[in-house]
Design a protein around this ligand. Structure first.
Ligand code: M6R
Length: 609
């Protein structure tokens, strides 16, 4: 979604803003712009398209030269991607950038029109610039901001500059992320830390309904009434390297390769003396014994991690687990309350629907557990208990390493759940944990055979549509494999429980339609093979992902990818197997000439409904 940056300091503002916007590209966008004070004048340059188009425009029109300004990458919501709809928006005295949605923009627009304001764009954001100007009668920016915020409904992170104050940047937030970078003699605002990581690791998290002012005397924070507030300065654990490709052609490939390490780190943080120890995060065996029901709610890949967890928790702990898409959960009036554990899973920790689902669960008295990768995110801060997964910075839009650490954390939870409820013995708890400790090695071994995945991807080069099938954990993985492939290769794909295909979808199988079959679960292998035969008989081209040594009858399989899991329990093979699926998706994208890091229409962090 949109990215915001702002800067005040001695550096060249245009360079800092463009650099920051580049670091926020991963969030997804379709236009960009900056506004920089040149002396007392604000110079705005904005354009539809990528940052390369912005750079060309800056070359053509001249780069604004100054030390104070704001910048934006826009992911269109209200109004098409166009030069006019791009941010910053200005009405003369106030210039703003906005991330989020102003839900009451239509009524505000009507009011402001009556007051004589005219609007250039189709955006909801432009009303904020006008409203700020309306309340700027006393030429007091803080007053204008506090009055404006009272009127806004919806979510926002705002960066603001006022024409009369060429050495100040203001920002405010409610519902959308905004971080303040605390440099020495300089200040930054940004939607995410990488935008200023190159200059400072010190940051302050702006909370909802707070305002920040960067000026030459330092950085000050205020509440929504304009009263000063004191904030803690924190230090980012990431370093600049994490925000770079480090020799890989794409972030996605780099992140796939990081999986053995980040899985190990996540295991190290949650395993003590050979068993999962969740007391550190505030989850005791007593609490686990008390839950009658579990909900897992999330979006996209995080939700698919939840489906793997459902299979694991139900199998081991014998507690009913319902996995619900967060955008459904929040409006379906779920039967949830005291005695329930609601797990939300999110890489970014900012996904609007997941956050709303969490708030709903909390309001109904359920215990909430967040499995989140960004520890300073809204979801991490809202949940009662939080498992901080240690994937590090995930930049590619297609989630890879975050999924792996989510399922590692959730497996550990499943093991502990089962032990706490007396369903497995301490020995079994240790055995399962030791098995999970082997996954970094098996993941590494799958990644080392990436050429086979590349070959499989080359077989899909002319494919318009395909299917993924599997049973049990393999079905859960099929969902993720299919999502990964379609989001970056743009091949239409659907995932089905292998036994379900013949209840309708098999009518779509015709000559050479690829069916990627995940066949790692030995207790249902024969059943899966029968399903493969059914589609083969109708002309499908079958790519099978299976355990090393798995045999199929002659002619059943067109391409076999044998994965070496060693003696890993079937329940845990989703971890190495998903890497093969990620690689197939990655190479399919690259072979089709796409940029896997920035798939069309998608945003990394989805902060609107
Ligand atoms: O940040 P989150 O984990 O909450 O994001 C959820 C989904 O938007 C995300 O997983 C999305 O599906 C990815 N593009 C998948 O690769």
């Amino acid at each position: 979604m949109c990215g915001i940056v702002g800067y005040l300091g001695n550096r060249d503002c245009t360079s800092v803003l463009m650099d920051g916007l580049e670091k926020l590209e991963y969030r997804g966008y379709d236009s960009a712009g900056i506004a920089v004070f040149e002396g007392r004048e604000i110079k705005t340059v904005k354009t539809r398209g990528k940052l390369s188009a912005m750079r060309e425009k800056l070359e053509r029109e001249g780069k604004p030269s100054g030390h104070c300004g704001i910048g934006h990458t826009r992911w269109a919501t209200h109004g098409e991607p166009s030069d006019i709809n791009s941010h910053p928006h200005s009405n003369g005295r106030v210039t703003i950038v906005h991330n989020g949605i102003i839900e009451n923009y239509a009524e505000l627009k009507e009011f402001l029109t009556e007051q004589g304001y005219t609007f250039l764009s189709q955006t909801d954001s432009e009303v904020v610039a006008c409203l700020l100007d309306y309340y700027y009668a006393e030429r007091n920016p803080l007053h204008a901001i506090t009055e404006t915020l009272k009127e806004l409904r919806g979510s926002y992170a705002l960066g603001m500059i006022f024409k009369d104050f060429p050495d100040r940047v203001y920002a405010a937030r409610r519902g959308s992320p905004l971080i303040v970078g605390m440099g020495s003699g300089e200040g930054f605002i940004a939607s995410d830390i990488p935008a200023f990581l190159k200059y400072t690791k010190e940051y302050v998290l702006l909370d909802d309904n707070e305002i920040v002012r960067l000026d030459n005397d330092g950085t000050r924070f205020f509440d929504v009434h304009g009263k000063p507030v004191t904030k803690d300065v924190q230090t980012a654990e990431w370093d600049v390297e994490q925000a770079q490709k480090c020799g890989f052609p794409h972030y996605m490939l780099k992140e796939i390769h990081e999986q053995p390490d980040v899985v190990q780190k996540t295991l190290d943080s949650l395993v003590k003396d050979g068993v999962p120890d969740l007391t550190g995060i505030g989850l005791t065996d007593d609490m686990l014994r008390g839950f009658q029901r579990v909900y897992i709610t999330a979006c996209g890949t995080a939700m698919y991690a939840g489906i793997v967890a459902k299979y694991a928790i139900e199998k081991l702990a014998r507690v009913p687990v319902a996995v619900e898409i967060a955008s459904e959960f929040r409006y379906m009036d779920p039967i949830v309350g005291e005695g329930d554990l609601v797990i939300v899973v999110s890489q970014s920790g900012e996904t609007a629907d997941t956050k709303a689902a969490l708030e709903l669960a909390k309001s109904r008295g359920a215990k909430t557990l967040a499995v989140v990768n960004v520890k300073y995110s809204a979801i991490a801060r809202l949940a009662d208990i939080c498992i901080n997964t240690l994937a590090g910075l995930e930049i590619a839009v297609a989630s890879t390493k975050a999924y792996s650490v989510q399922i590692v954390s959730l497996y550990l939870l499943a093991f502990r759940f089962a032990y706490a409820r007396g369903i497995i013995s301490e020995n079994e708890l240790k055995r399962l944990t030791a098995q999970l400790e082997k996954t970094p090695e098996t993941i590494r071994s799958v990644i080392e055979h990436s050429d086979e995945c590349q070959f499989a991807a080359s077989q899909l080069i002319n494919t318009e549509t395909l299917f993924f099938i599997g049973r049990g954990f393999d079905y859960a993985l099929s969902l993720e494999g299919s999502l990964k492939l379609k989001e970056i290769s743009y091949i239409h794909s659907e995932a089905y429980a292998a036994g379900e295909l013949k209840h309708g979808t098999i009518s779509l199988i015709e000559q050479n339609i690829p069916v990627i079959t995940i066949a790692t679960q030995r207790h249902v292998l024969e059943k899966t093979i029968s399903n493969m035969e059914e589609v083969k008989a109708r002309g499908a081209y079958i790519i099978a992902l299976c355990r090393k040594g798995t045999t199929f009858a002659d002619g059943t399989v067109d391409l076999k990818l044998e994965l070496d899991f060693g003696e890993l329990d079937d329940m845990l093979v989703p971890l190495p197997t998903v890497c093969a699926l990620q690689l197939i998706a990655y190479y399919s994208s690259v072979l089709r000439g796409n940029d896997p890091d920035k798939p069309r229409n998608l945003a990394k962090s989805v902060t609107t409904e």
